[in-house]
Design a protein around this ligand. Structure first.
Ligand code: GLN
Length: 486
């Protein structure tokens, strides 16, 4: 199997046994990138020299030391809203063009300490605001399954890089679905852990009470391996939680009697009938395997999008106030201080970011705070309680990840509300803080679709076992036929 076709687990095994060197792995990956990146455009920065240097270091380690590195020699891509000292960090915004961060994000440090090799930074919707990666200030990323279509977003570059087999794993961030939705559109696995499970230190904040980092991979097992490296308490992030525990204690899922919750509110209007049909097929497959399907109710689902689009912009408007032309990146020239602030922000931020700042500032303003922001916080609690009640009855909740498959460029960018609706199944997990994973469920007319597994807070281990069990039940998803030797 060519190097670029190997997953995280295979690469680590081969590199530890010294059947493959980390330098060969890196060269294989860059060969693949040379072949397909011009079509897909998943990356904002690549640093081959740095990757080769790191690979050389890994290759010089004695075998005993390699054994202790859970990601020895694995090439990784990182979404460009996480800070790296070896490459610029722009969040795909003009306001951070060329910005070199003075420190690595904790996830980046943890990946490197585990032996992983960062090869590049992936494209995203500016400041992770969007669902298509069309809002990047630099360029769009194309879906490897159909280059006329979006890869989803905001972690579209990460999903496309993994689907196009340019890297076996990429990190994404998920505030309202940005790992799971692009994973679904690109036919890969995307995992958002429980809020707080992975440190946000060095993640450029969008909405701090919703943001969470997680892996995009080509299998659930690979997602688990990477998750176990990046998870755990970080003294630099007060909201971070302890590590999930011993990686060795992994069980197989027993379908017999497993209670799978089917939310009745997730049906009907706005969902592509082909998605609905495939979802039914998945349910039938689970039932045949012995699972117990159970209808559940999440009564406040209907308010999720409205709640999210008050809470997220409110936090964003506050978080983004730091980009003022003084401390970071771009600065508009001329005028007095106030003019400089105003010009910098008007010129540095793109239209979607400006829209969110306006929305958020409005929702937080004195006369409207109670009516919008406070109300949204109350509804958020109700949504969280819906899930708590549901997980008293079932072990896992299953939904489609997205209401449709990847759409064409421009199809939704004129209508922000249409775009916002592509998160209808994903935002609730962020509002409730619970973990979710999207796994591929085959192709629908040549385009991938994903299904989403939601678990109770901190129950990642269980969730990953179930998702991995499904992978074994379901026929493997093929790879997009982009050039090269696939
Ligand atoms: N698409 C959603 C938004 O535009 C979610 C983004 C995200 O998860 N970062 O806000």
């Amino acid at each position: 199997m060519a190097i670029h076709q190997q997953g995280v687990k295979d690469l680590v095994l081969a590199i530890r046994k010294k059947e493959l060197s980390a330098q060969e792995a890196v060269n294989g990956i860059f060969h693949r990138i040379d072949e397909v990146e011009s079509q897909v455009q998943a990356f904002l920065h690549l640093n081959q020299e740095y990757a080769q240097q790191r690979a050389k270091m890994i290759d010089q380690l004695p075998t005993g030391e390699l054994e202790r590195l859970p990601l020895a020699g694995v090439p990784v891509a990182v979404k460009d809203n996480m800070t790296t000292t070896a490459m610029p960090t722009t969040a795909a915004s003009k306001i951070l063009e060329g910005f070199m961060a003075p420190y690595n994000a904790t996830v980046v440090d943890r990946l490197e300490a585990a032996g992983a090799i960062i090869v590049g930074k992936t494209n995203l919707d500016e400041f992770a605001m969007g669902s298509s990666t069309e809002h990047s200030a630099y360029h769009v990323t194309r879906n490897p399954w159909d280059l006329e279509r979006v890869p989803g977003g905001s972690s579209g570059g990460s999903a496309a890089a993994v689907a196009a087999q340019m890297v076996p794993v990429a990190l994404g961030s998920d505030t309202g679905g940005s790992i799971r939705q692009p994973a679904s559109y690109c036919g890969v696995t995307g995992f958002k852990p429980t809020y707080g499970r992975v440190s946000r230190y060095g993640l450029i904040a969008f909405a701090s009470s919703l943001d969470q980092i997680g892996p995009l991979t080509r299998s659930v097992e690979d997602a688990r391996l990477v998750y176990e490296v990046i998870a755990g308490h970080d003294p630099k992030d007060a909201t971070s939680l302890p590590h999930p525990g011993d990686p060795a204690d992994r069980d197989r899922v027993v379908w017999e009697g497993l209670r799978v919750g089917i939310p009745k509110e997730y049906e009907g209007e706005g969902i592509d009938p082909r998605i609905q049909e495939r979802y039914q097929t998945v349910l039938t497959t689970l039932e045949k395997a012995g699972a117990q399907l159970q209808e559940i109710s999440l009564p406040h689902t209907h308010y999720a999008i409205a709640t999210y689009y008050l809470v997220a912009p409110a936090e964003a408007s506050s978080n983004l106030s730091r980009f003022d032309g003084v401390r970071y990146g771009y600065r508009a020239s001329g005028g007095d201080l106030l003019t400089m602030y105003e010009q910098t922000r008007a010129e540095g931020f793109g239209p979607e970011v400006l829209r969110r700042i306006l929305l958020g500032t409005h929702a937080l303003s004195a006369g409207y705070y109670d009516a919008y922001y406070l109300k949204a916080q109350k509804v958020r609690t109700l949504i969280r309680q819906d899930f708590e009640r549901a997980f008293d009855q079932v072990d896992v909740i299953l939904t489609p990840t997205t209401p449709d498959t990847a759409f064409k460029f421009g199809e939704k960018s004129q209508d922000p509300l249409q775009m916002y609706l592509s998160d209808m199944f994903t935002v609730t997990a962020n509002l409730a803080g619970i973990p979710g994973i999207s796994t591929p469920a085959g192709l629908v007319e040549d385009l991938p679709m994903g299904i989403q597994w939601l678990g109770a807070a901190l129950q990642e281990k269980r969730l990953l076992e179930i998702a991995r069990g499904f992978e074994e039940l379901w026929p493997p998803v093929p790879w997009p036929s982009l050039g090269g030797d696939l």
